[in-house]
Design a protein around this ligand. Structure first.
Ligand SMILES: Cc1cc2nc3c(=O)[nH]c(=O)nc-3n(C[C@H](O)[C@H](O)[C@H](O)COP(=O)(O)OP(=O)(O)OC[C@H]3O[C@@H](n4cnc5c(N)ncnc54)[C@H](O)[C@@H]3O)c2cc1C
Length: 465
């Protein structure tokens, strides 16, 4: 049985205990009933910057870094975006929700495939089609990360960010208030053959968008998180087989493909991405990958593996996501949802939110920022997304724990109400208010599915004895 712990949102307000700078003021009012009421307002105590604008380094040019850098540059901040590999091809399924296309103004030609059908396939290979409730304009976007990330970085540059092809090695934390942070990096700008030049850069604040193995997180002693290892093969399948995956993705569940996650086949421009992940049995990841490929074998036979990739996926936020004028976003902070393993949208969104807090706190780059300015991003983030993370935590605990539970889960997915709720929550990233009667029916059906699946499993055990 998968032992996925239901972690609390551990990062919540565990930044360094610097006190926010507030003043209280009594506002004169003619009405005596209001006379004793205090109005608390933040007063900026940080100094104005003379002769230049606030300087912020964004370390990592994935979706988190690209969108952070764009927002900072647009907001008048002198922005330095570091990416160690400008043609980086992040191992990733590349599925993005519809709302990301609109919110981040993504051009439609960035989307390789528009998935409108999802097949959920149970441990006993019962397939349930989901997607019937989608409206004509709704879809899950499938992107290649090398394309999406490059686009976001270029857009940041067009808006004034300095994109540096460099590997950040070390971050010196200042001892004095308002003194600069110093980044030590190897610059590859204009270099060929992989030999870089050692350089340093002084900045006023840092956004750590450098993914799951974040060096910025280490520099601020942000603590570790549990992680899944995800494995993926990009497989070029014959054209006639590709037709089947035109606008269809598959999710496989079962002990064979993963004890605590799911296996997937996602369509890309001219190939499919086949993968799986696990937190609890990392040493067996290749065995799970073979099982995923086997489950899909009829549909991908004749295919040629063109790329093999693996990468950690964080399981929950780091104990600390902020220290002084350094904040973590995206995978560096640990913003991937359980159950679905989704992180692209949350990376881009957290990058943008953090940058907005800096732009606002610095009054468009004119003032120094303080930890309390950056903390506003964390507060907003936790308030907005905490329920989403919690719901998916619980779903994973209930439905990915055993094969009978997974059978029940797939059976439940046939329900139109479940499909609508799931798709609406995924596509639009909002916790959808339910219909009380349908919720009750769903609860009864869920219990029924679990009971049936457990009874079936007991009968199967007897047969195999
Ligand atoms: C196999 C797999 C499949 C996945 N499938 C999906 C999916 O279908 N949908 C989804 O939403 N999510 C998926 N995810 C999760 C998703 O990939 C991440 O959540 C997302 O990439 C996080 O974005 P990020 O910008 O925070 O970090 P990253 O995308 O990891 O970007 C970090 C960037 O920083 C750069 N960098 C790192 N260190 C340094 C340094 N020291 N100096 C300079 N640059 C540095 C890296 O080169 C990289 O470009 C998947 C993950 C895996 C592993």
């Amino acid at each position: 049985m998968a032992s996925v712990a239901l972690k609390s949102f551990t990062g919540l307000r565990q930044s360094s205990p610097e006190k926010p700078h507030f003043v209280t003021q009594t506002k004169a009012t003619p009405n005596p009933q209001f006379r004793r009421r205090f109005y608390v307002s933040a007063a900026k105590t940080s100094p104005k910057i003379a002769g230049r604008n606030l300087r912020v380094a964004v370390v990592g040019g994935g979706p988190a870094g690209g969108s952070a850098a764009e927002t900072l540059a647009k907001g008048g901040v002198e922005t330095f975006l570091f990416e160690r590999k400008l043609d980086n091809c992040k191992p990733c399924g590349g599925a993005i929700p519809l709302c990301m296309v609109g919110e981040f103004d993504l051009p439609l030609d960035l989307i390789d495939r528009r998935v409108t059908k999802m097949k959920m396939i149970s441990p006993s290979n019962v397939a349930v089609d989901i997607g019937q409730t989608l409206k004509p304009h709704e879809y899950i976007g499938m992107v290649r990360r090398e394309v999406l990330d490059a686009y976001l970085r270029e857009r940041a540059a067009e808006n004034g960010a300095n994109v540096i092809n460099g590997l950040v090695m070390k971050l010196d934390i200042p001892k004095e208030r308002n003194s600069p942070y110093v980044l030590h990096y190897t610059s590859y700008d204009g270099k060929k053959g992989g030999v870089g030049e050692k350089k340093t850069l002084e900045v006023d604040a840092v956004i750590g968008a450098d993914g799951a193995n974040s060096r910025v997180a280490k520099a601020i002693d942000a603590g570790d998180y549990d992680y899944a290892i995800a494995f993926q093969e990009r497989i070029k399948i014959p054209d006639d087989k590709m037709v089947y995956y035109e606008n269809l993705a598959e999710m496989y569940v079962g002990d064979d493909v993963s004890p605590d996650f799911y296996g997937w086949v996602f369509p890309k421009c001219d190939h499919v991405a086949v993968g799986t992940g696990t937190v609890t049995h990392k040493a067996d990841i290749k065995k799970f990958q073979i099982a995923t490929r086997n489950r899909a074998r009829d549909k991908i036979s004749g295919g040629k593996i063109i790329r093999v990739e693996a990468h950690p996926i964080p399981e929950h936020p780091r104990p600390r996501r902020l220290a002084g004028r350094v904040a973590l976003v995206g995978d560096a902070a640990g913003y991937v949802t359980k159950c679905s393993g989704e992180g692209i949208y949350f990376a881009a969104k957290s990058g943008r939110m953090c940058a907005e807090a800096i732009v606002e706190g610095s009054e468009n780059g004119k003032r120094m920022v303080e930890e309390s300015d950056l903390r506003k991003y964390l507060e907003k983030w936790d308030k907005t997304y905490w329920p989403t993370y919690k719901v998916l935590d619980v779903l994973q605990k209930v439905f990915y724990r055993s094969n009978p539970a997974r059978e029940a889960f797939v059976e439940m997915c046939a329900d139109e109400y479940v499909q609508k709720m799931t798709f609406d929550s995924y596509l639009y990233k909002r916790v959808v208010p339910g219909n009380p009667l349908e919720d009750l029916k769903l609860a009864v059906n869920t219990i029924g599915s679990l009971v049936r699946a457990n009874a079936l499993s007991r009968e199967m055990d007897k047969v195999s004895l």
